[in-house]
Design a protein around this ligand. Structure first.
Ligand code: PBG
Length: 324
């Protein structure tokens, strides 16, 4: 039907009409809040590049976890800033390390909140790469066992789900096998299956103190020009036992989210990464944009593209706004 019989504006005329025909709605059920845990007591150190976010000792992590739960969020994802880095990323998988302690603290004091852990070595190796090095090269296969041990130690501490973000080949299978052998076949894996090599991770690397000391992550993270490869990576991880497939970053990769939504049948998570958050916050500090509205609009776009879950640094604020 053509104009004047058809008029698109009729159903945009008032807020009730708009609410009634809105196709995509954001829910607090969709949101996961990332938090950065650091050793110490009463530590709450602002992350300059991520206004509103902090490196927090376990007591503050627990306080924020409580706020997340009160706001109605289902889950948080924990990253650790360890006290010591070495060639074998030892603090990634020792039972008394920071993530393990933070998991235990949250599960003890906010037991109903789901705790996911990021599984990677970059914050724990002295060179800052996501796997171990052998003669200047990141050794894929030698990293797998350490990643699996890291995942296992998180789950032993009480993590409800693990999320490997290292991009080594074969790590989902290795983690699945290790968890199954140790009695954790019920613990799901959310795989950062489709993770691009991105400048949008800049602020996070300051937050997690995990920037590579030399080189970049292009030999393991994906090239931004590729889309078919995303399908391949997702398919491989599904075959290896992933339960949720993540795309990261989100905003420059909405086509990838959409493509995977139509081509695979697992839930899809999208990571609205640090750079996406910081750019909006910076724009707001300049007085140029309304970050609150930008965040809502971008989260809706990520969901509309096909994401079932969104990891976002704005999760608490957004959940509170949705509750109003
Ligand atoms: C660790 C990891 C990174 C992020 C999540 N897990 C950084 C990286 O790959 O360098 C980025 C998250 C963000 O930017 O918000 N490998």
């Amino acid at each position: 039907m053509l104009f004047p019989d058809s008029r698109g504006r009729r159903l945009r005329a008032n807020d009730n009409f708009r609410r009634m025909i809105r196709e995509t709605k954001l829910s607090r059920d969709d949101l996961i809040l990332p938090l950065f845990a650091i050793e110490g007591k009463s530590v709450k150190k602002p992350i300059d590049s991520m206004p509103g976010h902090f490196q927090m000792s376990c007591d503050h992590i627990v306080d924020t976890a409580k706020k997340a739960q009160e706001a109605g969020l289902p889950a948080i994802i924990l990253f650790g800033v360890p006290d010591k880095k070495d060639a074998l990323a030892t603090r990634a998988y020792s039972s008394d390390s920071i993530v393990q302690k933070a998991v235990r603290a949250v599960k003890e004091q906010v037991p109903e909140l789901t705790v996911i852990t990021d599984v990677c070595l970059c914050g724990y190796t002295d060179h800052g790469h996501c796997g171990v090095m052998d003669k200047g090269i990141i050794d894929n296969d030698a990293s797998l066992d350490l990643l699996a041990r890291t995942a296992l130690s998180h789950v032993e501490a009480g993590a409800d789900m693990v999320a490997p973000s290292d991009m080594m080949d074969g790590r989902v299978a290795e983690i699945r096998q290790t968890l199954d052998e140790d009695g954790f076949s019920h613990i799901p894996i959310m795989s950062y299956a489709v993770k691009y090599s991105s400048a949008f991770y800049g602020p996070f690397r300051q937050a997690a103190e995990s920037a590579p000391k030399f080189g970049d992550r292009k030999t393991y993270q994906m090239d931004p020009g590729n889309s078919l490869e995303a399908v391949r990576e997702a398919t491989m991880d599904i075959e290896e036992g992933a339960d949720i497939i993540m795309v990261k970053p989100a905003l420059s990769y909405l086509d990838i989210i959409y493509r995977l939504k139509t081509e695979i049948d697992l839930p899809i998570a999208a990571y609205n990464v640090s750079g996406e958050y910081s750019i909006m916050k910076a724009g707001e500090m300049m007085g140029w944009v309304d970050a609150r509205k930008l965040i809502m609009e971008t989260l809706i776009s990520i969901k509309r593209a096909g994401a079932d879950l969104i990891l976002t640094y704005s999760a608490i604020d957004v959940a509170r706004e949705l509750n109003e």
